[in-house]
Design a protein around this ligand. Structure first.
Ligand code: ZN
Length: 158
């Protein structure tokens, strides 16, 4: 039995993956599959212009894994700022592992890990976690957004 099932997501208005049984921390849940392309292709092809960076994994200084395919079930996993899973990989393989114990019925979530740049506003986050910064940005960069948020809020409160 697979440790996950596909269901309509509570986070996004699309599908997501849910734990179909209790999953222990450290468990490898699903492979993230796609096509290997060269970093040069990513740079040069309009297919990789900003709209779908969330499916790209840089494997090394030459190759990228493009997971933007309907048969890549792991691509359905949504981002949360309080994620219970994360991407893991070795060589040309990428997979999703549990980073804490997950209860049956919980939605599986990862940290998409976008860097902080001027385009982050393209990707609002709706995960509703307590620590949600409002945008899909990797954990290490979120404090900068939170600071901006704080500044914005102060302005409107006046
Ligand atoms: Zn969030």
């Amino acid at each position: 039995m697979k440790p996950y099932k596909i269901k309509k997501s509570k986070i996004d208005n699309r599908r997501g993956l849910y734990a179909s049984k209790d999953i222990r921390e450290g468990t490898k849940i699903i492979n993230y599959i796609g096509k290997i392309v060269t970093n040069k292709q990513v740079e040069n092809s309009s297919k990789y212009d900003n709209d779908k960076p969330i499916y790209l994994f840089t494997l090394n200084n030459r190759y990228t894994l493009d997971g933007d395919f309907h048969w890549n079930t792991a691509g359905l996993i949504n981002h949360s700022c309080d994620n219970n899973c994360d991407y893991d990989g070795k060589g040309f393989k990428v997979w999703v592992s549990a980073i804490r114990n997950i209860k049956k019925g919980e939605e599986l979530t990862c940290d998409y890990g976008f860097g902080f740049d001027k385009d982050y506003k393209q990707f609002p986050c709706k995960c509703r976690a307590k620590n949600c910064c409002g945008y899909i940005v990797r954990e290490g960069s979120r404090f900068r957004i939170n600071k901006k948020f704080a500044m914005g809020r102060n302005k409107t409160n006046k």
